[in-house]
Ligand binder design. Structure first.
Ligand code: SF4
Length: 230
């Protein structure tokens, strides 16, 4: 299979009853400010370059963000923050992410979520994380041949990524890499190596409190860009 086929297959996945219920209930009830808009209400596929040099790993779609627009990190504040930074670094063609038809393109980069359906309170259960893992792993495998740097937004995505790299034949450094902002690790994988970089998640919890600043976000993505030779 290839990426297009994977995208088609994941878009109809119903493997997690709690998440299916939540994504679909919210798509019907909607947030008041989006009452006039259709909601996607389904799993969110990876998005961006099919042959990325940088892979960006998030947690899961936001219930009124990606779960509404159908595109990961689109239509919420985390997306606004992230795309502004990507645009400053020349990794996106525009600084805003409004809806799936807004003309936004990633340049040399691709984004995927560790869990593909919006979870209540942004917290997937360990079972849901593991159930979604084959989708994540397969997409990782498909893009790994061109990928040089992987930026993990938050510890959840970092842990899922490390496990998936190991499952597809990567050799994790010992001691096991620890998540931290700008912490980076070289991981040998079949056919080469990738550098995994941690980044605090651009959630409002981090950006409003100053735990994650714009220069900090830019620095991590600039480092990935250098590693990727972009
Ligand atoms: Fe399927 Fe993943 Fe959504 Fe669960 S979270 S229903 S495994 S796409």
């Amino acid at each position: 299979d290839d990426l297009a086929e994977l995208t088609a297959r994941v878009s109809v996945c119903r493997a997690c009853p709690r998440l299916v219920g939540w994504r679909e209930d919210v798509a019907v009830s909607k947030r008041k400010s989006f009452a006039d808009q259709p909601y996607w209400g389904r799993p969110i596929a990876g998005w961006g370059a099919p042959d990325p040099r940088i892979l960006i790993v998030g947690l899961a779609p936001a219930v009124h963000g990606g779960n509404r627009t159908g595109r990961v990190f689109t239509g919420d504040r985390s997306g606004d923050w992230l795309f502004a930074s990507l645009h400053r670094l020349g990794l996106a063609n525009q600084p805003t992410s409004v809806h799936a038809g807004d003309g936004l393109r990633l340049i040399g980069a691709r984004m995927i979520a560790a869990v593909r359906c919006a979870p209540p309170a942004n917290k997937p259960s360990p079972d849901e994380r593991d159930t979604c893992n084959p989708w994540f792993r397969r997409e990782l495998e498909l893009v790994l041949p061109t990928t040089r740097a992987i930026v993990c937004l938050g510890k959840f995505g970092f842990d899922v990524l490390l496990n998936a790299l190991q499952e597809i034949g990567g050799t994790l450094p010992r001691p096991r890499p620890k998540f931290g902002h700008a912490a980076e690790y070289v991981v040998p994988v079949p056919g080469g190596e990738v550098t995994v970089i941690g980044s605090f998640h651009p959630s409002q919890q981090n950006t409003f409190t100053g735990k994650l600043t714009e220069p900090m976000q830019d620095a991590v993505l600039a480092r990935a860009k250098t590693l990727a030779g972009l």
